[in-house]
Ligand binder design. Structure first.
Ligand code: AMP
Length: 248
């Protein structure tokens, strides 16, 4: 059996703990195989940075290579919109305008999801306001905040040329990260689309919202001594090398 099919791998529980019924937790993940978190790696990581900075792409790589669980509020909200849930109906108009969904909707959702995770977790797109960061601090200690730093002009080009998979949330770029077959997701065969909020007028608004509401979190986590800024304009693999150093 491939070890990724093993229940103890999926649930981030060391086989010894699984057999003996020892509850999972961050330390159990650290005991796992050589290619997932080693003893010194950071367990709770916040991915900070403007939209289009590569948080999702780098988060996916960390998940594939080290077994982190990635929680993306943007992905959760888009799924809620697609499924027409109450949350989706409330969130849609904010998302379409490139505005932030109100804190009370997001904080409750995220606290629920965080409770379900055992082991290493990446928070992608959360927190986005100081109020959200305070709420997170009540339930979890952040070990590392990775700040992906990219100039606005580059972000506009990246976002407007981004294409996303509605089925598995993989992201592509029309120039720098093309799918093997035009318009088709390499990972699951889904039909790629352009998110409404990746259109130019909304992108500019999202960047403004980021500078006003989310950038203050850079200071917030710096004061807590957990911030690492990663200049993020090179290739995906070059940036990932810096990310790997930061999580050790
Ligand atoms: P993203 O995919 O992270 O760029 O998120 C897409 C949209 O979802 C954002 O523009 C917001 O409207 C909404 N959103 C995602 N995460 C949050 C959050 N933590 N707080 C408020 N709104 C959010």
């Amino acid at each position: 059996m491939n070890r990724k099919d093993c229940k103890c791998f999926r649930e981030h529980v060391h086989p010894y703990q699984y057999i003996r019924g020892i509850p999972p937790g961050p330390s159990s993940l650290q005991l796992l195989y050589g290619d997932v978190l080693s003893i010194s790696m950071k367990t709770t990581i916040v991915l900070l940075g403007p939209p289009g900075a590569g948080k999702g792409t780098q988060g996916e790589k960390l998940t594939d290579e080290f077994g982190y669980v990635r929680l993306s509020t943007g992905d959760m909200l888009r799924e809620a919109v697609r499924n027409g849930t109450e949350l989706g109906k409330k969130a849609k108009e904010y998302m379409d305008a490139g505005a932030l969904v109100p804190n009370d909707l997001i904080i409750g959702l995220m606290k629920e999801k965080i409770k379900e995770v055992n082991g290493g977790v990446l928070l992608d797109g959360f927190p986005r306001t100081v109020e959200q960061a305070d709420a997170l601090g009540e339930v979890m200690k952040v070990d590392l905040a990775l700040n992906f730093d990219v100039p606005d002009e580059e972000l506009i080009s990246r976002l407007t040329q981004r294409r996303s998979c509605p089925d598995c949330n993989a992201v592509y770029h029309l120039v720098t990260k093309k799918p093997k077959q035009d318009g088709i997701c390499d990972k699951c065969g889904g039909k790629l689309y352009q998110r409404d909020d990746d259109k130019e007028s909304t992108v500019k608004n999202r960047l403004e919202v980021y500078h006003k509401n989310t950038q203050p979190l850079i200071d917030y986590y710096e004061k807590k001594g957990v911030l690492v800024t990663i200049p993020s304009t090179g290739s995906i693999d070059e940036i990932f090398e810096k990310v790997k150093k930061a999580i050790q």
